[in-house]
Design a binder for this molecule. Structure first.
Ligand SMILES: Cc1cc2nc3c(=O)[nH]c(=O)nc-3n(C[C@H](O)[C@H](O)[C@H](O)COP(=O)(O)O)c2cc1C
Ligand code: SF4
Length: 450
């Protein structure tokens, strides 16, 4: 059984209620931080822990906190990014639903470290039931004196405000989120300046993911060094992975970083292996935005090392043969899945979600969707595959925010590793696995050589 720093009590009945959470050690980190540590000491422990942002980019949290402008004396804000809209990623939803007080505890100790007296939780609007869970938890915490004025008599004040989004994926990008929180259209800002200097309402702001903030109570209680001793190399601690696709046991798992991808996929403790009779075809290890890995490169790196679930190992080989840990959305494809169809699906999503500010993304994502649709429908040519490659290259790196890259990388990696499938769609469209499945071809005939 792997270490559980976040989900240890997730299965305890009514752990979302304050009294039960308290009986299992809840809010001890708030007590310790506020009564016996200075804000700078909390920042120092988080730095020592090596905790990296769990929202996707993996930026060191303590370092990000140290950029926050505290000298100017302007109000500072902490914003919790709970927008979670990336296809394949559903771990923050689970954490908030099961352990709302753990998130609140993380926000309190982090706000204390940042010397901020107002924090926001920007929640994906579709999570209606989670908004209620969070609001009830905040009410309980306020009534018990864990939030509000003069917490535990220490003189530290904090309010937490829950703000629902309105269903736009782009509002998960931190600066679009801030615009949306200010009541404007969610358009990403040009950076610099970064939110640590000019953030919410123009004030110094830290934006952190739900899982990142939920990791901080354990660090405060056990120390940064103890956290850093878990995991592997610069991938310290544990990570929530939301696993889905053709596996026997989809769900949200907490793994110690450095676990081998093969063990995660096949062990009964985790995904339980492939569902049905087909073998592994590919894995998207970090949500829809990261490059897809064919089976051979998912289990081993190009240099023959076992592929590990860590920032470094997943990235080994660069975009030629690697991928990214991203947000931890682990999508598994068996041999009966159609890569062209899947790539088309992702492209349709990114085209729909592009905010339209930059032309390479606004126009390019539309081109990607249309060309992939043509290929998928069996009307494509070999020149279309080259055009697809060309279009994604022109988007990558040429946009205001990373949504453009996120749209380009799945297409690039699908062509790089599965070009033969794209070509087959040109030469033999009738062999498309997706259409054959739709036509109710006997399932065991799907993956036979054609
Ligand atoms: C299009 C797009 C969507 C994003 N969606 C989310 C999201 O839903 N949740 C999240 O935490 N980060 C999301 N991010 C990353 C955030 O911009 C930001 O890096 C993150 O919230 C920082 O928190 P962390 O350092 O704790 O990871 C998204 C980024 C992009 C470009
Ligand atoms: S890359 Fe796309 S989503 Fe991001 S700012 Fe540009 S148009 Fe908007």
């Amino acid at each position: 059984m792997g270490k559980r720093l976040l989900l240890e009590h997730a299965h305890v009945e009514s752990i979302d209620r304050l009294d039960v959470y308290r009986r299992h050690g809840g809010y001890a980190a708030v007590e310790k931080a506020l009564k016996s540590m200075s804000p700078a000491e909390v920042v120092e422990e988080v730095k020592k822990s090596g905790l990296r942002g769990r929202g996707g980019a993996g930026f060191p949290t303590g370092l990000k906190w140290s950029f926050l402008d505290k000298k100017s004396g302007r109000p500072r804000y902490l914003v919790c990014n709970a927008d979670e809209s990336e296809p394949g990623t559903f771990k923050d939803r689970y954490l908030m639903e099961k352990l709302p007080h753990l998130l609140l505890e993380g926000i309190i100790v982090s706000s204390y470290a940042l010397e901020s007296h107002c924090a926001f939780i920007y929640v994906r609007g579709e999570f209606r039931w989670i908004i209620k869970i969070l609001e009830r938890a905040i009410e309980e915490a306020c009534a018990a004196g864990w939030l509000g004025k003069n917490i535990l008599g220490t003189g530290f004040d904090l309010d937490i405000i829950v703000h629902p989004g309105a269903g736009a994926y782009i509002c998960g990008e931190e600066t679009a989120l801030l615009e949306s929180l200010e009541g404007k259209r969610g358009l990403p800002r040009i950076k610099p300046p970064f939110p640590a200097v000019v953030g919410l309402y123009g004030m110094p702001t830290v934006v952190n993911n739900v899982e990142t903030l939920a990791a901080t109570p354990w660090i405060v209680l056990n120390g940064g060094d103890a956290y850093a001793s878990i995991g592997i190399g610069k991938s310290t601690g544990t990570k929530l992975i939301s696993a889905c696709g053709n596996i026997r046991k989809p769900g949200v798992y907490e793994i110690e970083l450095g676990l081998s991808l093969e063990e995660f996929l096949y062990s009964d403790e985790w995904c339980g292996g492939m569902e049905g009779a087909y073998g592994l075809k590919a894995v998207v290890p970090g949500g829809s935005s990261v490059p897809i890995l064919p089976a051979s490169l998912a289990l081993k790196t190009a240099s023959g090392q076992p592929r590990l679930l860590s920032y470094e190992s997943l990235a080994e080989g660069g975009f030629e043969s690697g991928s990214m840990l991203g947000s931890g959305g682990f999508i598994v494809y068996d041999e009966a899945q159609c890569i062209v169809r899947n790539t088309f699906n992702f492209a349709r999503f990114y085209h729909h979600e592009s905010c339209g500010q930059c032309s390479p993304c606004r126009e390019g994502t539309g081109w990607l969707e249309r060309i992939l649709h043509k290929l998928e429908e069996g009307h494509g040519t070999l020149a279309d595959i080259d055009l697809l490659w060309d279009v994604q290259k022109k988007i990558e790196g040429n946009t205001i925010c990373p949504l453009g890259d996120a749209a380009a990388w799945p297409v690039a990696s699908a062509i790089r590793h599965f070009r033969h499938e794209f070509e087959e769609h040109v030469h033999h469209p009738e062999r498309c696995l997706f259409r054959r499945r739709q036509a109710a071809v006997p399932v065991n005939a799907l993956a036979e050589p054609v």
